[in-house]
Design a protein around this ligand. Sequence first.
Ligand SMILES: Cc1cc2nc3c(=O)[nH]c(=O)nc-3n(C[C@H](O)[C@H](O)[C@H](O)COP(=O)(O)OP(=O)(O)OC[C@H]3O[C@@H](n4cnc5c(N)ncnc54)[C@H](O)[C@@H]3O)c2cc1C
Length: 436
Amino acid sequence: MTYDIHIIGGGLAGSEAAWQLAEAGIRVKLSEMRGSGDMTPAHQTDGLAELVCSNSFRSDDAENNAVGLLHAEMRTFGSIIMAEGDRHKVPAGSALAVDRDGFSAGVTARLAAHPNIEIVRERVDALPETPAIIATGPLTASGLAASIGAATGSDALAFFDAIAPIVHHDSIDMSVAWRQARWNKGGDDYINCPLDKDQYHAFVQGLIDGEKGEFRDWEKDTPYFEGCMPIEVMAERGPETLRFGPMKGVGLDDPRTGRWPYACVQLRQDNASATLWNIVGFQTKLKHAEQVRLFRTISGLENAEFARLGGLHRNTFIRSPELLDPTLRLKSRPNIRFAGQITGCEGYVESAAVGLLAGRFAAAELRGDVMTPPPVETALGALLHHITGAAEAETYQPMNVNFGLMPPIPGRTKKADRKKMYTDRARAALAAWMAA
Ligand SMILES: Cc1cc2nc3c(=O)[nH]c(=O)nc-3n(C[C@H](O)[C@H](O)[C@H](O)COP(=O)(O)OP(=O)(O)OC[C@H]3O[C@@H](n4cnc5c(N)ncnc54)[C@H](O)[C@@H]3O)c2cc1C
């Protein structure tokens, strides 16, 4: 097939960009290196849009949370990531969590069946001269990363990211663990494993003393990704840090005591058949044997069998505010757009959203249409401004986003009031932008 645009990388961003372009009638070549003998350190399959760690797209609440609003806006534009996410949803309270294999298979099948898309399993080692979208993510293969470095003239920024462990359900002792969502929001979607005071402090000490993976020289000065911080790094910040983070006991009623536990570990369903559960927020760089030993000190997990253990990887992304224009084009080579986490945005949903924007901008350009970026009042616009470095960048906090973090609106002091105003303002701005 002859094509109008080349997309490199079939992750969340590249898949979404391909879909948006193809739906607009543009012919797309989508190059993905997995399936051709190459692999990244975090992916495990050849499927497109593979989720490399958690199976959650975070809050789906469009009234109270900016990520939820981002979901809603993406659905408005026919997002394939949201459509397949909704189709493969698993219970997770007010969050949208998905069966990762079903989700990835769904995205792969729909892209493969689209008449305007050709998927080629190949690694690309240089930036193309023709119109292209680079969506190779934080684990971009080294040849292309070098080519990007040469074209941008600036050093790539690197940071660490970690993977949480996954447990087989039938190895969890449900006479000790129990099903409940915190504050009962979302029924019994989570499995909870309680820790008493002694157990908790011994666990924290075990994390601090535990043997960790070695750093290589080139990795030593790389900072962590705040939203995916390894538990042992949190433990090192203070004995109570985990108890106020992923090991919070509040809002969880242990049926054996009738009280909230001192600390608690939560597991979230990871596949549709509910045979696999991931330990929420338990990304780690502890050595595998150490992980097994320590996690089995948690009540209910004494005999846990692990489908996957935690891990740690270095990520790469470009300094997008300096390098990209407001429609995600590389300023020095406008035939190239960047999308997804390689732009420095963090999170599955954000990566897909930037893919959606890059796809729509490219489609408009190839058709000869003018397309203005979405206004900053919308969730998509706020994210775009955050990436391209516009003045209002702080209106979108990529991780743990909620409207409470946004700047106060004069005269509106109550949080609920502000949330409603932001939501109403975002909806009006999106409608006006779509109509223009
Ligand atoms: C270890 C790790 C854990 C993470 N955990 C979470 C999490 O729990 N929750 C969350 O919301 N976000 C998480 N993220 C952040 C982010 O959301 C994901 O990285 C997300 O997958 C980014 O989407 P993407 O499309 O930009 O990149 P990816 O999904 O990584 O897709 C990029 C694709 O490009 C391909 N590729 C790379 N180089 C080449 C090349 N030269 N030629 C052809 N193909 C190439 C890769 O094989 C891959 O399929 C994590 C990131 C990492 C690295």
